[in-house]
Design a protein around this ligand. Structure first.
Ligand code: GRF
Length: 216
């Protein structure tokens, strides 16, 4: 069997998606090794999850840098040092500039808690509720230079229930995030998934613009 795919995972907070990767690897569902977890916040709970799992960690505090580009250059150099095959943004709450993005395009994934292209940016669940949407969800996508705009890989739909609060909806969406994100990474790790002509391609066939759709 090929060497496990080397993952670097970037976080800012709780790291429940990071935990989903750790668990998927432990269960043998994802042929990968997390070689580093990097946070821009020293207090991120996800760093403790990584340490518990014996994964090397690093913190690069964005507040120590004069501007985004300098932070992004330091982050890029730190990530490159771990020689990743795939870089995973898992609740990394900084907007990234081309200084960071360019070297990793095609091997950089993000998960966003909405059915993209709806609701890029923040407060996605409240925006879905305010709009009266029947479906909310999450999208795993390749990262490009457009914020939350890269080609979709997997989209999971979650039904909005009568009386849902943003918190209740977020909790149900998070559960599906934990299923779809390691699955997309496994497609990449096994050579099935790539970025071609700005489309996510699975087994040589471009995926629909929504990505592969999973209904809850
Ligand atoms: C998730 O909702 C993810 O979609 C968004 O940030 C949140 C991260 O949660 N990008 P966690 O830190 O993985 O628990």
């Amino acid at each position: 069997m090929a060497e496990p795919c080397r993952l670097v995972i970037l976080i800012s907070g709780s790291g429940s998606n990071l935990q989903a990767f750790i668990d998927a690897i432990a269960r043998g569902e994802l042929h990968a090794r997390i070689v580093a977890v990097i946070s821009n916040k020293a207090a991120a709970l996800g760093l403790q999850r990584a340490e518990t799992a014996g994964i090397p960690t690093a913190t690069i505090d964005h507040k120590q840098f004069a501007n985004r580009e300098q932070f992004d250059a330091a982050l890029r150099d730190c990530v490159e040092q771990f020689q990743p095959d795939l870089v995973i943004l898992a609740g990394f709450m900084r907007i990234l500039t081309p200084v960071f993005l360019r070297p990793f395009i095609g091997r950089l994934l993000n998960i966003h808690p909405s059915l993209l292209p709806k609701y890029p940016g923040l407060h996605t669940h409240q925006r879905a509720l305010d709009a009266g949407d029947a479906q909310a969800g999450a999208t795993v996508h390749f990262v490009t230079e457009e914020l939350d705009g890269g080609p979709a890989i997997i989209q999971a739909q979650v039904a909005v229930q009568y009386g849902d609060t943003a918190e209740q909806l977020a909790a149900r969406v998070l559960q599906v995030e934990h299923r779809i994100y390691p699955r997309a990474a496994e497609w990449f790790a096994t050579g099935r998934l790539s970025l071609h002509d700005n489309r996510a391609t699975l087994d040589g066939t471009p995926l629909p613009v929504t990505g592969f759709i999973i209904q809850d």
